[in-house]
Design a protein around this ligand. Sequence first.
Ligand code: PLP
Length: 457
Amino acid sequence: MSPEEFRRYGHQAVDWIAEYLANPGRYPVVPPLKPGQLVDALPACGPEQGEPMEKILADFERLIVPASTHWNHPGFLAYFANSSPPEAILGELLAAALNGNGMLWKTSPAVTELEQVALGWLRRWSGLPDDWFGTIHDTASTSTLHAILAARHAADPETRTRGASRGLTAYASEQAHLSPEKGALALGFGQEYVRRVPVDSEFRMRADALGEMIERDLAAGLRPCCVTATVGTTSTTSVDPVPAIADICGRHGIWLHVDAAYAGAAAIVPEFRWAIAGCERADSFVTNPHKWMLTPMDCSVFYTRRPDVLRAALSATGVYLPAPEGPRTLNFMDYCIPMGRRFRALKLWFVLRAYGREGIVDMIREHVRLAQEFARRVDASDRFELAAPVPFSVVCFRYKGSDEDNRRILERVNASGDIFISGTVLNGKYTLHLAVGNYQTTGRHIGRAWELIDAAV
Ligand code: PLP
């Protein structure tokens, strides 16, 4: 493609994005698509000769867009809703142009250094310890995998040379995301050694139960290795009692990892800083700007106060790609499983600069206000009830009927194409889950959601 052609098609693509973001609500949030429909609409083999860009862009609009669930739709209120504003999209576009690979400092000083700068800003805005080491991964699942890997090395450094030994145990609450369990499984702990700690009536890990489990495991000759506490659980956004959990981990020398994938963003807002109380005592911490901080997939921030352990577990520069490392020439590949690392910091830096701390604070406050407004409607209705406290921007609620009734409501609401909510199970009951997290969601969308839900009974 010549520079002139690139200019033409580039403008065309940017024009399309501008139109799209001006009104993503014109599409159904979830496409009315049958599984396999897109596969069937596309050729089984790629083209022998390159095709013209007109045709590729036309097929993007004709086939790909209609097969997309629109996370940028302001009526997307499912899971942890999020969005990619134009500022972040520009960062992503330019990152692709530079095609930087931050495996070593010298393979792209900008990737390595901007990552440190952006994560330093985020750390300070969030009130996290200033000496924490940060890296960006694709997802919280990868960040947590690195936490458990470091925990395993701290508990059993011989793992590096002799492989994993039996009896290392990992802990997370019954309400924790699957990622701590998957991470432990991937690292060879074995399912029998992954503990799910019971929760209290507000879905927070019971520290007393954790303490007892650890005592029991120690008495049985096992080696408790890693506890994952969650700040903002996946279903209800409950916050585990991190200070009490940190006491237990400190007493037994167990690695404490905090999964703040969603609610970590709220730490920027002074009145939500309580959520990360005690996290300064953690060994590692993950927060996902791609969940509630305006950054497109994917961008997960991993902090640790013990990068030396991570490096001891993962560094391979002695045998491969020997590269000097000094105080200012960090080689991120020594702290990560992947060697190649894309320039995720650029879009994050664009967001942090374009919105500023206050812009992000305002957005989070507004999302919480909208969620509280919705929760008040639920509370005021005699047909619905809240199923969990609402500390942030997620509301879990139920129609006072059967699981079937609630499932039917979900299906009817989502079939509208205007609103997309999700479901979960709490205390054995099917529950509806509404999450505000998109920068274009307003009171109008929350009002429409309530209208559809109320009418779907
Ligand atoms: N942790 C929590 C609390 C989550 O809710 C999620 C996903 O929703 C994850 C981790 C996994 O995030 P990712 O999709 O970035 O792996």
